[in-house]
Design a protein around this ligand. Structure first.
Ligand code: NAD
Ligand code: DAU
Length: 339
């Protein structure tokens, strides 16, 4: 089995590659990644020399490059993680989100049609469903919840999802889509809430909480997401959407306080800053379908997962210190200075 994993030098894609090489040592994994600011080759250091692994630096929007790779590798399965993934950056500049997330997805699917594959899997997000009100804890996103997006990021992911369903219906592309809630764990880029707060805490820097910090996210340990995708690409029904989430809703402010506590840092580091534009209030996934059909259940409880994650950032300081010492400094200034 040859599998092309796009975006495999990023957070979830790299964790998926580690999982697949471990769980299926007889598979060949080809990682296709443009290495944007979010992609990091050092993340893949431990697998680079494996005989059944290949890294290719490539943009998913580069049609001739993508076709050439398909010709060379004759992949059976494509798992598309490659995306611009940060909501705040999409508010600053939507254009690259439309390019990579929508056009890039169409290029990959055109290659699948041209060369033939057994499965195209699109890694999507719960953000395509918009948000839920805080005063209705009985409501959850199901696969039937209408698409109703808030940010340029979520709109670009929803556009890609619609295109995947269109390629399935019109061209018979054997496609599946998974929509997951917020992930956390090793190799999470420090522009996102949990790694940003860990890094700032460790550097005794202010912890910038947007607004009052009452927004709720549904956190899932990244390994559980990877296992769910492994199940969907092998056993999921073609043409179907699978929601992935572990019923672990938490308010941002509580996450930040927990990180302070775990690291022995004072809550006085918390600074409330101007809210994100169009900020979604609450995400909450109903994972009944993937549980009933594929038997998936999350394995890592948040209390254990957050401890493992914090330990990973303590043990792997050089990974994130290298990132935050470069171009990230300009990003941080632009996003947070005087906010
Ligand atoms: P990430 O930003 O950490 O990594 C994205 C990767 O894609 C990087 O390695 C980057 O170099 C690569 N990439 C970007 N543009 C590319 C292009 N044009 N061609 C090739 N490679 C390109 O993202 P992540 O958090 O790992 O998210 C991965 C996927 O999962 C995304 O599609 C995202 O929408 C989805 N998702 C993320 C979460 C989450 O909590 N992080 C939750 C649900 C779904
Ligand atoms: O739900 C899945 C989505 O989760 C994925 O599709 C996205 O790719 C991923 O980035 C994530 O989106 P969020 O916007 O939920 O994640 P982020 O870590 O950026 O923010 C989480 C919450 O924390 C959100 O309510 C905004 C808030 N926040 C974030 C940052 C970076 C802060 O209060 N302060 C911050 O500095």
């Amino acid at each position: 089995m040859n599998i092309i994993v796009t975006g495999g030098a990023g957070f979830i894609g790299s964790n998926f590659i580690f999982h697949m090489l471990e769980a299926h040592p007889d598979y060949r994994i080809i990682c296709l990644d443009k290495l944007t600011y979010a992609g990091n080759l050092s993340t893949l250091k431990s697998v680079m020399d494996k005989l059944n692994f290949r890294f290719v630096k490539l943009d998913i929007c580069d049609r001739s490059g993508v076709y050439k790779l398909f010709e060379e590798e004759k992949p059976d399965i494509i798992v598309n993680f490659a995306a611009e993934s940060h909501v705040d950056r999409s508010i600053e500049d939507p254009s690259v989100f439309l390019q990579t997330n929508i056009i890039g997805t169409s290029v990959l699917m055109d290659a699948c049609r041209k060369y033939g594959i057994t499965r195209y899997h699109q890694v999507s997000t719960d953000e395509v469903y918009g948000d839920l009100p805080l005063d209705r804890p009985d409501l959850f996103f199901t696969e039937e919840t209408p698409i109703h997006t808030s940010s340029p990021y979520s709109s670009s992911k929803a556009g890609a999802d619609l295109l995947v369903m269109a390629y399935h219906r019109t061209f018979g592309l054997p496609a599946t889509i998974s929509r997951c809630s917020n992930n956390y764990g090793p190799y999470h880029f420090p522009e996102k809430l949990i790694p940003l707060m860990i890094a700032n805490c460790l550097n005794d820097k202010p912890l910038p909480v947007y607004g009052e910090g009452l927004n709720v996210r549904d956190w899932l340990y990244v390994e559980d997401h990877c296992k769910a995708i492994d199940l969907v690409i092998h056993k999921g029904r073609v043409g179907e959407v699978y929601n992935i989430g572990g019923h672990n809703e938490m308010r941002n402010i509580d996450i930040v306080k927990l990180i302070c506590k775990e690291l022995g840092k004072p809550e006085s580091l918390i600074t409330h800053v101007k809210d994100r534009l169009g900020h979604d209030m609450r995400y909450a996934i109903d994972p009944t379908k993937i549980h009933n059909e594929l038997g998936w259940l999350p394995e890592t409880k948040f209390a254990e997962g957050i401890k493992k994650t914090i330990k990973w950032y303590l043990d792997n300081r050089e990974w994130w210190e290298e990132i935050i010492s470069g171009e990230y400094q300009n990003y941080y200034k632009k996003m947070y200075e005087g906010r």
